[in-house]
Design a protein. Structure first.
Length: 315
């Protein structure tokens, strides 16, 4: 999906998807043999799209890199990312792929009903330690460092076990996430994020996200996004803001800056080169937006990240 294709081709392909206008409220099937659902899937996959559901979700990326959106937060991911997504919070992970490429077993996912945790806590008081974590997950949480590594190990162990051993690993995941220190948690969506979702809105946003994520470093136009979903531009602008909690231009800007942060962290490219590679037309504009988004200039951001990585490597 990351490979940039001609807009006309993308429009034709995405228009075909729009005809169904399917709801993207994912229905999580109940499993009578397990307290919670553990599953894995490839990418691309019908379940890997902008979606939301009442269940809580613990999400592990096993391989690849890409962009993700949780609520109104846009970032980049790489293998080993562990996230907790709260009930009803829309989310999507979009991998960088070559044409025709498939990432087998890209994700391992745990999904569970919040009522199950409440009911369990009523008879197992120790389970109450999970409640603050679930409350905080309304914004989405990305876990970092040791907490992410330990959680990933427990998630994988849960998938290969059964019975009481499976439940043991689930509680291990809960313990790691609930006790993760503040410096190993990154809260994602803004506290005031409240999307107005329905099936049509989810389908429209899914199509627009695919267009933006595939072309963000190039010439992304709101007029083209509106045409993809068959709306006049003014109508689309209001509709998109209501459905996602942010303007279309804000989405594009956040995505470009997220890409820039990854390049600053993982490459030695000149800042001016990064500016143009992610889609900004001039360096001063890029520096201003980067400073507003992160609180530091690009050069200071790169320096701080590398110092942090060096300190972690010395431990």
């Amino acid at each position: 999906m990351s490979a940039v294709e001609p807009v006309d081709d993308a429009a034709a392909r995405l228009a075909e998807r729009l005809l169904g206008m399917r709801a993207n409220r994912e229905v999580i099937p109940a499993d009578p043999n397990h307290s919670v659902r553990w599953h894995e899937h490839d990418y691309p996959s019908p379940v890997a799209r902008w979606n939301y559901h009442p269940e809580y979700e613990i999400h592990l990326i096993r391989k690849g890199t890409g962009k993700f959106i949780v609520g109104d937060h846009i970032g980049t991911f790489e293998a080993g990312q562990v996230s907790l997504v709260g009930s009803g919070l829309p989310h999507d992970w979009v991998s960088d792929l070559e044409p025709g490429e498939v990432l087998e077993r890209r994700d391992a996912v745990i999904q569970f009903d919040g009522k199950w945790v409440q009911q369990a806590a009523a008879t197992i008081p120790e389970m109450a330690e999970v409640n603050p974590l679930l409350e905080q997950s309304a914004r989405g949480i990305e876990f970092l460092g040791t907490s992410a590594r330990k959680a990933a190990e427990a998630i994988e162990a849960m998938g290969t076990s059964t019975g009481l051993e499976r439940l043991h690993h689930l509680f291990e995941v809960f313990t790691v996430l609930a006790r993760a220190p503040r410096e190993e948690r990154r809260y994602l969506a803004e506290e005031w994020f409240r999307p107005q979702l329905d099936g049509q809105a989810a389908a429209v946003v899914d199509i627009v996200l695919e267009y933006v994520f595939s072309n963000h470093a190039g010439n992304v136009k709101m007029s083209e996004a509106a045409a993809l979903v068959g709306m006049p531009e003014p109508t689309f602008s209001k509709y998109f803001k209501r459905a996602t909690g942010q303007n279309f231009s804000d989405l594009v800007r956040k995505l470009r800056l997220a890409h820039a942060r990854r390049l600053l962290e993982n490459s030695d490219k000149a800042i001016s080169d990064i500016c143009y590679e992610v889609g900004f037309s001039n360096l001063s504009n890029f520096n201003r937006h980067f400073l507003n988004e992160t609180g530091v200039a690009p050069r200071a951001y790169r320096s701080a990240r590398r110092e942090r990585a060096d300190a972690a490597a010395r431990k």
